[in-house]
Design a protein around this ligand. Structure first.
Ligand code: NOJ
Length: 557
């Protein structure tokens, strides 16, 4: 049964929350957050105004890449809980009107997955073709020039069967061979298994990956340094980004749509061109949501952000739901990358994220303005960036607008994976263990407990924004119209809202949007400008007003 009617598209206008389970809340004292901790803080997420929770990887894994190396797609990692805990989490979230999305890793498995263990057993083994094996290249080395995410060869020699296997990430993450029909059938079953348990959707890891060039041709050079154009000097033309991948999503979409409450597919679509982003939505027959990395990597300036937004909306098919996010567990936290810890900028960025039409994804801690944490080398846990020599421990992020290494992340990724700063107590209230798995940031200064009680806090602003968003756009795709703005300013209409934002260190004069002004990031109403009908926005101030004559859309709940 098709369920494409707009009532069913709960993700339109939704607030999704990326929750890094290991760093959320530890309830069994082992130093790792767990599903029990997620359940324990569902009321907080509901209070904040979240519609859906995307859980970082929850499946069993040897944790070479913290769950992005799956050894069992139908289970729950014992560090995090049990299948029963997951069922309870889905049910309890549902009781609070929130959905649960899991992280699905279809590009590769763990080398500890039974499929790979069998495949490695011999050339004639049943699962051999589940992976990408190749003979040495002409010179006797790897079959081609493909590089993995650490910058080394994407091929590892497998001595006992005298072939190389492909891994676009770590050697412990062998790439699956999507030319093999049985891989498709396995993943259909995995999707159904979780959908049947009530999972509302998946964030799809490396969504642009999956198929590899059948002829294993060499990648061409890419010298721009733009993390979305390639990595380590190579365009990922043949080891990823193959057109056949779109057929997988057409297939999965049919499965997602076959549920009475449609399931949602959210792709980690690592592409730099809005037209290629649009390809992942297809003709409303592939992914319903696709991450917008050009937005993530844009600088925090009015021209850069507004250009990405305009370009995205022009390229996306009508009714496609854009996704706005600014932080994640790979690229780092926007309060550092974009804002260098400046609260005025954090507030303005939250305002923009919350008012653009589409779905927004907050990364845990964004709502309190958590910044990256400099993790000393001896405490670092991320083998991927340790392996690529990107283990800078300073935690600095800079603007991250294309000057990064070939992965698009800068420094060790642990810096954005540290425990949630719940309060100012030991380990930020995240665990009763002697030490959490990663050190905590400055929880005496920035924490949930203090900000919850403070109407002037970033957390209170964020909650107000989410509540305004829900009340005004009611879970629908708002229209977007840019408005004239002076240099440094960005002004737009989004449905019933008019947004004025000053991305500069100077006051800017804007046309008064009219009344009521529903929210201001500084808490203050802008002063009147010199001329009649003008207002003066303070440096880095943003305001939201109701657009004259445009009523709010009916609320979702
Ligand atoms: C993207 C994930 O976000 C990242 O954390 C992971 O290392 C790679 N994919 C490989 O799965």
């Amino acid at each position: 049964m098709k369920s494409k009617d707009s009532h069913n598209r709960w993700w339109h206008g939704a607030v999704l929350y990326q929750l890094y389970v290991r760093s959320w809340l530890d309830t069994d004292g082992d130093g790792y957050g767990d599903l029990g901790g997620v359940i324990a803080r569902l009321d907080y997420l509901s209070w904040l105004g979240v519609d859906g929770i995307w859980l970082s990887p929850t499946m069993p894994s040897p944790d070479e890449d913290w769950g992005y190396d799956v050894s069992d797609y139908l289970g729950v990692h014992p560090d995090l809980g049990t299948l029963e805990d997951m069922d309870r989490l889905i049910a309890e979230a549902g009781q609070r009107g929130m959905r649960v999305l899991l992280d699905l890793v279809p590009n590769h498995t763990s080398s500890a997955h039974p499929w790979f263990i069998d495949a490695a057993g011999g050339k004639g083994s049943g699962h051999r073709d589940f992976y990408v094996w190749a003979d040495p290249g002409a010179g006797g080395g790897p079959p081609n020039n493909w590089l993995n995410a650490t910058g080394g060869p994407a091929w590892t020699w497998h001595d006992s069967t005298k072939q190389y296997y492909l891994h676009n990430f770590l050697p412990g993450q062998p790439d699956l061979n999507w030319w093999e029909p049985r891989v498709h059938e396995e993943f259909r079953q995995i999707l159904r298994f979780w959908f049947d348990r009530g999972v509302a959707g998946f964030r799809i890891d490396v969504a642009h990956g999956l198929y590899k060039d059948a002829e294993l041709r060499d990648n061409p050079p890419e010298l721009s340094g733009n993390p979305l154009a390639g990595r380590f000097g190579q365009q990922q033309a043949y080891n990823a980004n193959r057109p056949e991948t779109h057929d997988v999503y057409r297939d999965w979409r049919r499965i997602a749509d076959s549920y009475p409450a449609a399931r949602v597919l959210l792709g980690e679509t690592w592409v730099g061109d809005p037209d290629r982003l649009a390809d992942f939505y297809g003709n409303d027959d592939q992914l319903q949501l696709a991450f917008n990395f050009p937005f993530v990597f844009a600088r925090l300036t009015a021209p850069d952000l507004s250009a990405v937004v305009a370009g995205t909306l022009a390229a996306l098919p009508a009714e496609a739901c854009p996704v706005w996010t600014a932080s994640n567990h790979d690229v780092g936290r926007f309060p550092t990358r974009w804002c260098d810890g400046d609260q005025r900028k954090v507030r303005l960025a939250l305002l923009v994220l919350a008012t653009l039409p589409g779905a927004m994804v907050l990364y845990y801690g964004d709502e309190i303005g958590m910044t990256d944490v400099g993790v000393p080398l001896e405490l670092q846990q991320d083998k991927m960036s340790l392996g690529s020599g990107q283990n800078g421990s300073s935690g600095e992020g800079g603007q991250n607008g294309g000057s990064t290494d070939g992965n698009g992340w800068q420094g060790n990724r642990d810096r954005a994976r540290t425990p949630t700063q719940w309060d100012g107590s030991v380990a930020a209230g995240s665990t009763r263990a002697a030490a959490p798995w990663l050190p905590t940031g400055d929880s005496a200064t920035v924490n949930v407990a203090d900000q919850r009680d403070d109407p002037g806090s970033v957390l209170s602003l964020c909650r107000d924004l989410l509540s305004l968003r829900r009340a005004e756009s009611g879970g629908q795709l708002a229209s977007y119209q840019p408005l004239p703005a002076p240099p440094g300013g960005w002004a737009y209409r989004a449905g019933s809202l008019t947004v004025l934002a000053n991305f500069s260190d100077r006051p800017v004069t804007c046309q008064d949007p009219g009344r009521p002004i529903l929210l201001s990031t500084t808490g203050a109403t802008p002063a009147a400008g010199d001329a009649a009908g003008d207002i003066l926005l303070a440096p880095w101030q943003g305001i939201v007003a109701r657009t004259a004559g445009v009523p709010p859309a009916p609320g979702r709940r």
